[in-house]
Design a protein around this ligand. Structure first.
Ligand code: ARG
Ligand code: ASP
Length: 714
């Protein structure tokens, strides 16, 4: 009996540990010692945390730069070869594409250094050092009020950066963590000569496009290759033909061993934003008010666009990028809302808050923090109509209807004229014309009008009545659309160009008379006077409360509570294991996919699911070289429990020994609520298997010379 009991106790203890280790979290790489290190070992990690981050010798962090501020990436050779996602390099690939050399359509492979393509405004930033500077930043702020405190913190930050030891070519930035309860300094090096080396065709790099976006099972080879160049001293430099490939302090060896269920995985990148510590009332608001509104308004816009795109190939091309952009977060919010409901996030938060209140009672901290939750409740109630109005306004004005965003741009230009005078006005015109050229290249007035009609109707029906402009109180959407699109100059490039060719006086006059500009003006004035000021005032109060709430959570927490800081575009470590999931009753998803799935999804000629002939050929011959599995399959994507978000795209997925096994690019739809509430049962990140990346480079594209400069581990 004794043995049995002990066995159970140990088993229970172990399963609790493993479960806990799957709870998500995005951790600061310089602070992994202790609880994280223990969890990572338990999950199977064979390195030590000083192999991940170390100031005294090279470590993994030296091979994981921030890619152009928005994505993640990794160095995979001693000559500065850099890997990131296809969708992260998309702009650069597009920029170099012409009708004759359509690299988006056919892919691109530089055969040697001289063929690599330089990119304007592309940079990658490496982290040299990470220091906790909380004490210095908060020095002398204890007794100050909010405003003075903010000012003092700003001064302290400037001073700390100035005093920080760094080389002439390095920079310092300080970021708040835990809503300003901790401050961390990053010393960085930014390289500005980064050249395009290779990209698969979109039919591989974007296979499945919007239909498969946020979806498992997935079969996208979402990767592209760049190279970082440095000056002769291996330091950052502006583009020069004399620059040479960067020699990194570290680069990732690539494992050919492959992955299986339960293997340790670590993802190392730059997650953008999460909101894991919102009170239940805030989550309720996102779930029941904000998400439904922004999903709803995009719903009607996308439906109209889709209808036209299906009928007309020209419109399909024009609207492809716009549609993808609107659809990306539309789809994410739908998944997020479902996931929040399914995982009972609000109820769970409420339970945690009850416990929080009890702990305050028990620890005599009620006087300090007892008012937080009631204050949140009051503020969120108060901000709700303004939050809704602000979100609907942004969607209407800036995201879905070209006519209104164009009218808004013209109003901005008029403001320049008002505030800064004729000279600034003249000097900015060319810039505006360029923007309009881009907008109208991808605009069809008939589609825009149809979108406007549906979107404006949705807007008027869903705005809080007291914040709705007069002219939309009683109106007919079709009549309004007819009137605007027949009479406004803002519906075509010629119309806008004509306005911009007028004298400043005439420009102002005609702008005032334009029906679309009038509507945009009425909308923006309502926002700027009745909505935004209140929204901002309440939001500032909410942010201050959130900081105090975070402080309380940190004070009351045990290490096992695993309180990690919300994402803020700084380098983080998340770890877990390879795992499938159960998306719905009766459905089980496995953790890996293969090239077989590409062929199952193949639709000849389709813009999302076409498959290039060469890939079909390799598949037919099962010609996978050293990259296929023993049983003759070509691995494609895999899942893990790592906790990622937007910005983690392009992150290295690393095995227990620090080798690259995958490239992160997405999450599963049912788990996109991980930005607010991570549920280990259904939150999964999606990676492309490195063996597929190498197969595409080597066997598909015949660019094996690139593989030769990598280090492969068998
Ligand atoms: N959902 C991924 C992320 O949020 C990939 C987006 C790019 N792909 C696309 N089909 N739009 O960035
Ligand atoms: N696709 C996202 C990105 O581009 C990653 C995610 O949201 O999971 O960063």
């Amino acid at each position: 009996l004794y043995y049995m009991k002990r066995f159970f106790r140990i088993a229970l203890f172990l399963s609790a540990m493993v479960l806990h280790a799957q709870q998500g979290g995005m951790w600061i790489p310089s602070l992994l010692e202790g609880m994280n290190a223990k969890e990572m070992k338990t999950l199977g990690m064979k390195m030590s945390v000083t192999d991940i981050y170390n100031v005294n010798k090279s470590s993994l962090k030296d091979a994981a730069p921030h890619f152009n501020g928005g994505c993640s990436s990794e160095i995979i050779s001693d000559r500065g070869l850099l890997l990131t996602n296809h969708h992260c390099g998309y702009g650069q690939i597009q920029e170099h594409s012409t009708l004759e050399h359509d690299y988006l359509e056919h892919g691109f492979w530089a055969k040697n250094l001289s063929e690599e393509l330089p990119n304007k405004d592309l940079k990658v930033t490496f982290i040299v050092r990470i220091d906790d500077v909380t004490a210095q930043v908060l020095k002398g702020t204890e007794s100050l009020n909010e405003q003075e405190k903010a000012r003092r913190i700003e001064q302290n930050i400037a001073q700390v950066i100035k005093d920080a030891s760094k080389e002439a070519w390095q920079e310092g930035t300080i970021k708040p963590f835990y809503y300003g309860n901790q401050y961390i300094l990053f010393i960085t090096e930014t390289f500005k000569d980064v050249r395009l080396v290779g990209a698969p065709p979109s039919s591989i790099g974007k296979f499945g496009s919007d239909t498969d976006n946020w979806v498992w099972p997935r079969h996208t080879g979402d990767f592209s290759l760049f190279r970082v160049y440095a000056d002769k001293n291996n330091r950052p430099a502006e583009y020069s033909k004399d620059n040479v490939p960067y020699r990194p302090k570290h680069f990732f060896p690539i494992s050919l061993k492959g992955v299986k269920e339960d293997d340790f995985v670590m993802v190392f990148g730059y997650p953008g934003t999460t909101q894991e510590y919102l009170p239940a009332v805030a989550v309720e608001q996102i779930q029941n008010v904000i998400n439904p509104a922004r999903i709803g308004i995009r719903d009607v816009a996308l439906k109209v666009q889709d209808e036209y795109m299906r009928k007309d190939q020209g419109i399909k091309i024009k609207y492809a990028a716009k549609f993808a952009r609107i659809a990306n977060y539309w789809k994410k919010w739908i998944g997020e809302t479902k996931g929040l409901k399914k995982s009972d996030a609000v109820a769970l938060k409420k339970q945690q808050e009850e416990k929080f209140a009890q702990t305050l009672q028990r620890t005599n901290k009620k006087a300090h923090y007892g008012q937080l939750l009631p204050q949140f409740a009051a503020l969120y109630k108060e901000i709700e109509p303004y939050n809704l109005a602000y979100n609907l306004y942004s969607e209407l004005m800036f995201r879905n209807v070209d006519l209104l965003s164009n009218a808004f741009r013209l109003l901005q230009l008029e403001q320049v004229l008002e505030n800064k005078g004729v000279q600034s006005f003249e000097s900015r015109k060319a810039n505006f014309l360029k923007i309009f050229e881009g907008v109208f290249k991808d605009n069809d007035p008939q589609v825009d009008k149809a979108v406007f009609e549906k979107v404006i109707a949705f807007y008027a029906a869903n705005m809080p009545k007291q914040l709705l402009i007069k002219s939309l109180q009683h109106f007919d959407a079709k009549q309004l659309a007819d009137k605007l699109y027949a009479n406004s100059s803002v519906t075509s490039y010629e119309g806008v160009a004509r306005l911009l060719s007028l004298s400043p006086e005439e420009f102002k006059n005609q702008l005032k008379q334009d029906v679309a500009v009038q509507l945009a003006l009425e909308l923006s004035q309502m926002n700027d006077t009745q909505v935004y000021p209140t929204y901002e005032r309440l939001d500032t109060q909410i942010q201050a409360l959130q900081r105090t709430y975070m402080k309380a959570i940190l004070e009351l927490a045990k290490p096992s509570d695993r309180i990690f800081p919300d994402a803020n575009s700084t380098l983080r470590v998340t770890y877990g294991k390879v795992a499938g999931y159960v998306p719905a009753d009766g459905v089980t998803y496995s953790a890996t996919t293969t090239l077989d799935g590409v062929m199952e999804k193949y639709v000849p000629g389709d813009y999302e699911f076409d498959v290039p002939a060469r890939l079909r050929e390799l598949y037919a011959k099962k010609d996978y070289g050293r990259y296929g599995t023993k049983d003759g399959k070509m691995p494609l994507c895999f899942l893990s429990t790592c906790h990622t978000t937007g910005g983690n795209s392009g992150s290295p997925a690393i095995d227990a020994r620090g080798n690259l096994i995958g490239l992160n690019f997405d999450r599963v739809w049912e788990g996109t609520m991980s930005d607010i509430h991570y549920d280990p049962k259904i939150c999964r990140n999606i990676m492309v298997d490195m063996r597929y990346v190498l197969f595409v480079i080597d066997k598909y594209a015949g660019a094996g010379y690139l593989v030769d400069e990598m280090k492969l581990v068998k």
